[in-house]
Design a protein around this ligand. Structure first.
Ligand code: DP6
Length: 341
């Protein structure tokens, strides 16, 4: 058995058009519904280097300069440990090998962009290379899902569907590319940062509070499946008008179910609502949908638009004093392995 090599992978976040919220299995992140997302390009990314060594006594990660043993970390770090151990087992390596993970984000921390999606995807891709496992995209997606649900969509580029699956072991709950990154290159995501505060309720808790307490949540699984079908249809036809409407309604529905939870979960703030109104007014003035907002578990809107409308939309956003900065991304191609490490 060869000694694992030092390898580096770069992965990017994704923005869910139809959201994952609520888990039927918490341990391995199995969702109640399928979801659909756009993988972002390399303007926002996580770069992760993995080395395996017998000289350290536990798996550890250095993130933003801080090193922490995975078995001493929070839920997400514990899940990373489980996945790394599983990958070592698949490769037939001795459990004396411990992962030394070094990860950094190109985007500033605290801007409300989930680094768990890009981080989870980058880690499984780097470990796959290092251990020379040659896992398929499907298996990488399953590994990433076990770290963080949304990470399973970041192992692929373009427009990605995470199939909910129905098996208990999660072997049919993974992502597939529905449209390649070149299919609709004009799609643009403007991320308007209105708050850099840490959220009160981490999404890992929020998922379970909503699914176990919200009466409205019961509507989501069938609604999400239906919306995915419609969104795919709109993307195939490159019909932004209908896609934008589906995306905004879906975000509203998820946040309504969050609000309907007990205790209520409110990720949106006054600035978020102000921007929702601004986008509605802009679309009204244009007589068609040129921009569509969508919010994950936080107050910062992702504004989807087409490249031809991007500067106009950006101008409108810049007029709003509540926006601290705007990040811009197109459709990404998915993770890559850096050859020079
Ligand atoms: C609102 O993937 O962060 O962004 O599985 O607990 O890691 P865990 O949750 P996470 O949830 C993301 C939820 C969302 C919607 C989405 O990305 O689909």
């Amino acid at each position: 058995m060869e000694t694992p090599a030092k390898k580096t992978a770069v992965a990017t976040p994704n923005i869910a058009l139809i959201k994952y919220w609520g888990r039927r299995n918490i341990e391995i992140n199995l969702p109640f519904n399928s979801s659909l997302s756009m993988t972002l390009d390399y303007s926002l990314s996580t770069e992760t280097t993995v080395t395996f060594s017998k000289m350290i006594t536990s798996h550890r990660i250095t993130l933003d300069g801080k090193t922490i043993a995975l078995d001493r970390g929070d839920e997400k770090l514990q899940k990373m440990k489980v996945v790394i151990d599983e990958m070592l087992r698949i490769g037939g390596y001795s459990e004396d090998f411990k992962a030394d993970i070094y990860s950094r984000n190109s985007f500033p921390g605290g801007v409300g962009i989930a680094s768990s999606a890009s981080g989870g995807a980058a880690l499984v891709c780097a470990a796959n290379e290092s251990l020379d496992l040659d896992l398929s995209k499907k298996d990488l997606s399953i590994m990433a899902r076990k770290i963080s649900g949304s990470a399973c969509r970041s192992v692929l580029g373009g427009i990605v569907k995470w199939k909910r699956g129905s098996r208990k072991d999660g072997s049919d709950s993974y992502s597939v590319m529905v449209f390649g990154p070149d299919y609709w290159e004009e799609l643009t995501d403007l991320i308007a940062v209105v708050s850099e505060d840490k959220k009160d309720i981490p999404s890992s808790e929020g998922h379970d509070i909503t699914s176990s307490t919200s009466p409205l949540f019961k509507l989501r699984p069938s609604l999400a499946e239906d919306s995915i079908g419609k969104a795919i249809h709109s993307i195939r036809a490159k019909d932004f008008d209908s896609l934008g409407e589906i995306v905004m309604k879906e975000s509203n529905n998820m946040h309504a179910a969050m609000m309907d939870s007990w205790p209520p979960i409110m990720y949106l703030n006054d600035s978020s609502r102000h921007i929702m109104k601004m986008i509605a007014d802009l679309n009204e003035a244009e007589g068609r949908i040129v921009a569509a907002y969508t919010f994950d578990a936080g107050p910062n809107p992702h504004i989807l638009t087409l490249s031809k409308h991007a500067s106009k939309v950006e101008r409108e956003l810049r007029d709003s004093r509540s926006i601290k900065r705007i990040l811009k991304s197109g459709v990404g191609i998915g993770p890559k392995i850096l050859e020079i490490t």
